[in-house]
Design a protein around this ligand. Structure first.
Ligand code: NA7
Length: 546
């Protein structure tokens, strides 16, 4: 073991700091990290931009927002008591219920007393001489700590289209990820929705129910599959509860921590009829069955991917009455599953409604937003309300928005200019004592499962250090290289990485994010955890601990 023990614990110095640890964000990651670090006896402070807990489930209160993972596979697994107390009422929980759940968790574990709300972190600077992080809040206040945990989420920095005139519009306008808390009525209104990703698809189905007229502005269509949501009654909830140990065990074993996992067969192991029958069955599976439970070569073999794409295209054609509209809704630039698959409830049928129009921005791009609506290169539209479902500056965006500086004042943003480099997605060399929960290069998938693993790994490392009087951890550059190479290797041959999407770090609305990068670890979650477990079992040789 090559731990450099240049210092023993210095309680005096630590006590001179405002906190032992600062956690940025009170979403699923931040809440659990706070809980665990407090158990280590640390003085912890969470800074949160919002006025309440929940992160993603606090901000994304747009109509139709809900889980695409089964509720009971998405909730926290760490507390038996919580599992016993909380009842999910739908297989795919709607946002209000999830927000209530996270508030319940915050109350149950008495987390609020260590959270400061309405406190956006603007900067975090490492001070090598004082061996601490100094965190600046929007109000100008500064706070010092030994350990910094970023729990900012990979999809939390919303982006607006780069189109002229956004501020000129005189009607109501909302981004789905900054949805107001007051009720928004669409009744009788002329509504525009821009964006048809996972968010847009959920919102459109809901808004179409009451809008006077809905115009959907779609740039690139996505392949969507049916969610098949339904209520959970008391009896079913009891059955689910009794099965929690097996359920979480399954999530530990599957590739992306979902209840669904890749079918070990190749597309070509089956005859055409057998394949069709298999896909017909998957089509009826609630949730991500069709995406996550498909043949093993679906995302690596072009022909396999073409066949499954054809199957889904057929489904879309069968549901949309106007063949021209159907064709507009079928992606032509990427195959099924190579981008995040939105989960839908009557989404395609919406386009059969007389009050709904689909406008393809590929055919008629935006010219500008006007005071009264939207002008494309062909037409002028008038709206009462515009919904921006235009996504996020994903994975690095929420970190980029904080001025993070490590040893020698190096900016994290600059460090990653030539490409993201991390150690297991949690640490970056030159940024000692900074830990990212579900940062770039970690396993995402069914995200709370990945969050719990990251949060516990960080807790274990800090506990290991505290027990040995160590208080500084930095990743060794060679360990960072090795991990980054592994991430690259895991992405080789994946069709997903040949497509522009938030998963490949592309966002046309963000300066400098037009080129695909290796933003995401695309190996399996068990393989990710094996790697991290080996690091811990080996005494963290990949880190310089002092
Ligand atoms: P996504 O999946 O990034 O979708 C954003 C959508 O907005 C997508 O259809 C974009 O079209 C569209 N978009 C973005 N910018 C523009 C402009 N400038 N003009 C027109 N259309 C635009 O974000 P979501 O919020 O739906 O989902 C994000 C993740 O959150 C999701 O995958 C889940 O994991 C949860 P494009 O495809 O870029 O042509």
């Amino acid at each position: 073991m090559t731990i450099a023990r240049t210092a023993v614990a210095e309680p005096e110095r630590s006590e001179a700091l405002d906190f032992d640890a600062i956690v940025i964000g009170a979403g699923i990651s931040g809440l659990y990290q706070l809980h665990l670090l407090r158990q280590l006896g640390m003085r912890v402070r969470v800074f949160e931009t919002g006025t309440g807990v929940g992160g993603t489930w606090y901000w994304n209160r747009y109509p139709g927002a809900r889980f695409d993972s089964e509720s009971y596979s998405y909730g926290y697994s760490f507390s038996q008591e919580l599992l016993e107390e909380w009842d999910w009422t739908e297989h795919f929980s709607p946002q209000p219920e999830t927000e209530r759940y996270l508030n319940y968790v915050a109350d149950k574990f008495d987390l609020r007393r260590d959270i400061r709300f309405s406190s956006r972190v603007t900067a975090a600077v490492y001070d090598a001489a004082a061996h601490c992080w100094e965190v600046t809040i929007e109000d100008g206040s500064r706070h010092t700590c030994r350990y910094l945990v970023t729990a900012v989420g990979p999809l939390s920095a919303p982006t607006w289209p780069r189109v002229q005139g956004i501020d000129d519009f005189r009607g109501e306008a909302y981004h789905t990820a900054r949805w107001p808390k007051h009720p928004v009525s669409f009744e009788g209104k002329r509504v525009a929705v821009i964006g048809t990703g996972a968010t847009g698809v959920q919102a459109i189905s809901e808004i179409a129910k009451t809008a006077g007229h809905l115009t959907v502005f779609q740039r690139r269509p996505n392949w969507c599959t049916p969610l098949h949501n339904r209520p959970i009654d008391r009896e079913e909830m009891e059955r689910i509860r009794a099965g929690y140990p097996e359920l979480f065990q399954r999530c530990r074993e599957t590739s992306a921590c979902f209840l669904h996992t890749i079918d070990p067969r190749s597309t070509f192991d089956l005859s055409e009829e057998e394949r069709e029958a298999f896909w017909e069955k998957l089509w009826l599976v609630p949730g991500f069955g069709m995406w996550q439970g498909n043949f093993r070569d679906m995302l690596t073999d072009r022909e396999a991917n073409r066949l499954v794409s054809e199957f889904v295209a057929k489904k879309i054609r069968a549901r949309v009455k106007d063949p021209q509209v159907a064709e507009k809704l079928i992606p032509k630039d990427h195959g099924f599953g190579t981008r995040r698959v939105p989960q839908e409830t009557n989404y395609y049928e919406v386009y059969n409604q007389p009050n709904v129009e689909l406008v393809s921005l590929l055919e008629e791009p935006f010219e500008r937003i006007t005071p009264t609506g939207i002008r494309t290169v062909r037409r002028e539209f008038e709206f009462d309300l515009i919904v921006y479902a235009t996504g996020f500056d994903a994975i690095t965006g929420s970190l980029d928005r904080i001025d993070i500086r490590g040893v020698g004042g190096q900016k994290l943003k600059d460090k990653w200019k030539g490409g993201i480099t991390t150690f297991v997605g949690v640490m970056v060399d030159g940024f000692p004592n900074m830990f990212m929960v579900v940062g770039p290069h970690t396993a995402l998938g069914n995200i709370p499962r990945s969050i719990e693993y990251n949060v516990e790994w960080i807790r274990d490392l800090l506990s290991y250090m505290e027990q040995r009087g160590l208080s500084r951890a930095d990743a060794r550059p060679e360990a960072v290289d090795e991990w980054t190479r592994f991430v690259a290797k895991k992405g080789e041959g994946l069709l997903t990485n040949e497509v522009d999407s938030w998963m490949t770090g592309v966002n046309q609305n963000v300066e400098g994010k037009q080129v695909r990068i290796l933003a995401r670890y695309s190996g399996s979650a068990p393989e990710y955890r094996d790697w991290c477990d080996r690091v811990a079992a080996g005494g963290y040789r990949e880190l310089v601990l002092e």
